[in-house]
Design a protein around this ligand. Structure first.
Ligand SMILES: C[S@@+](CC[C@H](N)C(=O)[O-])C[C@H]1O[C@@H](n2cnc3c(N)ncnc32)[C@H](O)[C@@H]1O
Length: 231
């Protein structure tokens, strides 16, 4: 709904739809006690946790970890405002880009990003994750595959939406830029989008001092890393 009709929607309607999306996500996850939800496993030592692309902070509620220091980060102002109003007593929110998180160096145990890394400037965000994590801190993230990007392009072609078609070409090209040259370029409005493969992400994390690996969790490819050193 959000993607299909975005051109025709006013800013207010987009905000409302995004908040509804996060609320639906929260309701489904709580009903199913998080069974279908793709989230990291928490360790008792994960006392300070950052969720990149947190929306309303729903994943902290699903994880049931709000007795710890939970920090939610999102670029979408209306979602953060809603989260602050409803859950601000349990979660600390930052309305900011993932590449610039206002928390001190070396203070975070776990950073996770569920379906949000593909919308960021990944090389810069990995550097920011490294800055925030303690040594032996962990990162957990889900990706958008090249097949996903191709599917998005097919949908744009099927719908004969020229603007969307050009954007999906950008999305596919950006994934190759990341894979072959290790950088991304922004879309016209300054936002980022790309697809990623496991080898590329593991290479980027390894270059930044992580011990990184891939796994399949609930049918999804997940990349995890442990920060070996700050050097
Ligand atoms: C598809 S939603 C996923 C929300 C939630 N993590 C989940 O799993 O349901 C992607 C989220 O990432 C946020 N986001 C996109 N780009 C971002 C960026 N550069 N920095 C921080 N958050 C971003 C969006 O506003 C949105 O809330």
């Amino acid at each position: 709904m959000i993607e299909e009709n975005i051109d025709e929607m006013s800013e207010d309607t987009i905000d409302e739809e995004k908040i509804k999306y996060h609320l639906r996500d929260l309701k489904t996850a709580l009903n199913k006690k998080g069974e279908d939800h793709l989230l990291p496993d928490l360790l008792p030592t994960d006392q300070t946790i950052v969720d990149i692309g947190c929306g309303l902070g729903q994943s902290f509620l699903v994880l049931g970890c709000t007795d710890r220091d939970c920090i939610g980060v999102d670029v979408h102002g209306a979602s953060i405002a809603y989260g602050k109003e409803k859950f601000g007593d349990k979660i600390r929110f930052h309305h900011t880009d993932a590449s610039n998180i206002p928390e001190p160096d070396g203070t975070v145990d776990l950073i996770y990003a569920c379906v949000s890394i593909p919308y960021t400037n990944i090389p810069r965000v990995i550097k920011e994750i490294k800055r925030l994590l303690k040594v032996k801190g962990r990162v957990w993230m889900t990706l958008h595959s090249r097949d996903y990007a191709r599917e998005q392009l097919s949908i744009a072609i099927h719908n004969r939406r020229i603007k969307d078609f050009i954007h999906k070409i950008y999305l596919i090209m950006n994934g190759y830029l990341l894979k072959w040259f290790g950088f991304l370029i922004p879309w016209l409005n300054g936002d980022y989008e790309s697809w990623q493969d496991a080898d590329t992400m593991i290479r980027l994390l390894t270059k930044n001092g992580f011990d990184a690996s891939q796994s399949i969790q609930k049918d999804h490819l997940v990349i995890t890393g442990v920060l070996k050193s700050k050097e």
